[in-house]
Design a binder for this molecule. Structure first.
Ligand code: FES
Ligand SMILES: [Fe+2]
Length: 377
């Protein structure tokens, strides 16, 4: 891909030692889970949505993160995130995943907020000397947009977003990420630790055993790992000759996205923004696949499928063959992750050696371990 691969260090230590999995506690422990929620999910910039889902004023989406929930709304100054609860007594305001509304009504006592999060009208009798309407709006969460991806941060000391994104922009620009249209979204509950899903979706070693449809079209053996700058990891994998689309049929009439270099038109570039958003970049479409932790042993996956607007505008546009392949592959994967969770839940779990094809698995664990290291003393 691009020139990145030429610049990367082929002498890296992984090639000398390989990798090894981590402890039972790292994948199943309460304490490790709490550290991840506080230090990673509670502190860092987190990618949460794509701008094509929040295009018009009043459009909104919601996302549960840990025990909280955020509401993203397109207001008069663009997209802004808020904590998804009513300021009055804490009722969870919006349960729907997406939609459009110009005001948000709390169904408990009927406080009403406008699309900018301001309290517009309220129920209850208050004296002016103690009630300040402007202090009772929705509580905003820091929000930024990069390359069409909406990011939020719950803390004021999140590490710099652009530095974290590192070389991600090189992929985002070529696949015109900010211009794409999300045509399908689906959530999947998974009964495993979130890291097992992150591992699974970042390696293709299991394709021949788990995914007959994917294996027919993509080559797990013609693949490699990127050594990328920033808090991102990634790998590439080739699409077999005779196919031009990673879908149930393997073929589509869609043109390759115009900026994708010829050498990448027969490839999937798998790039993960750490901690939890995997992109599958193909010349035909792009996938965004998040894994959100819920508890040490449960998580949910949110999967988007995005296409170039020049294709979605066509009367005969259909993403069915693409969705059919991934929806089936997803269920195949969750079964693998859930059963791995059941295996690792044995406190006597002793990890085995990882292969050269699983460098990203090892990179993800190393990154999480670094972020959640216990302070000395
Ligand atoms: S909790 Fe929302 S109006 Fe009372
Ligand atoms: Fe898989």
């Amino acid at each position: 891909m691009f020139d990145l691969i030429d610049e990367q260090d082929e002498e890296r230590p992984y090639f000398e030692t390989g990798g090894v999995g981590r402890s039972h506690d790292f994948y199943t422990g309460e304490r490790q889970h709490r550290r991840e929620m506080a230090r990673i999910y509670g502190r860092r910039w987190l990618p949460v949505d794509h701008v094509s889902r929040l295009k018009e004023k009043g459009s909104y989406s919601t996302l549960n993160i840990g025990t909280g929930s955020v509401l993203l709304m397109h207001g008069d100054n663009g997209i802004q995130a808020y904590h998804n609860y009513c300021r009055h007594r804490g009722y969870k305001l919006v349960e729907e995943a997406t939609g459009k509304r110009q005001s948000v009504v709390c169904l408990y006592h009927c406080w009403v907020y406008d699309r900018n999060g301001k309290l517009k009208s309220l129920n209850g009798t208050y004296f002016d000397h103690f009630f300040e309407k402007e202090k009772n709006g929705l509580v905003p969460v820091r929000t930024e947009v990069r390359f069409g991806v909406v990011f939020i941060a719950f803390s004021d000391d999140a590490p710099d977003l652009d530095a974290s994104l590192g070389q991600f922009g090189e992929f985002a620009r070529v696949y015109e990420l900010a211009e794409l249209e999300c045509v399908q979204a689906k959530d999947y509950p998974v009964a495993s630790n979130w890291k097992l899903v992150a591992h699974n979706v970042n390696e293709s070693l299991h394709f021949p055993t788990a995914h007959k449809d994917l294996h027919r079209i993509t080559d797990f053996d013609d693949a490699g790992t990127y050594d990328l700058k920033g808090d991102i990891v990634g790998a590439w994998q080739s699409i077999r000759g005779g196919y031009n689309s990673v879908s149930m049929t393997g073929r589509s009439g869609r043109s390759p996205m115009p900026l994708v270099p010829e050498g990448d038109q027969q490839k999937i570039n798998w790039i993960t923004i750490l901690p939890n958003l995997l992109f599958g970049f193909t010349a035909d479409y792009v996938m965004m696949q998040w894994v959100w932790p819920e508890s040490p042993g449960t998580c949910f996956v949110r999967h988007f499928w995005l296409f170039h607007p020049s294709e979605t505008a066509k009367d005969d546009f259909s993403h069915e063959a693409v969705f059919a392949l991934w929806d089936k592959a997803n269920y195949e994967d969750w079964e693998l992750c859930e059963r791995t969770q059941r295996g690792l839940s044995n406190p006597m779990w002793a990890p085995g050696q990882l292969s050269l094809d699983e460098e990203v698995v090892s990179q993800i664990d190393a990154w999480v371990a670094r972020e959640t290291e216990e302070d000395e003393g």
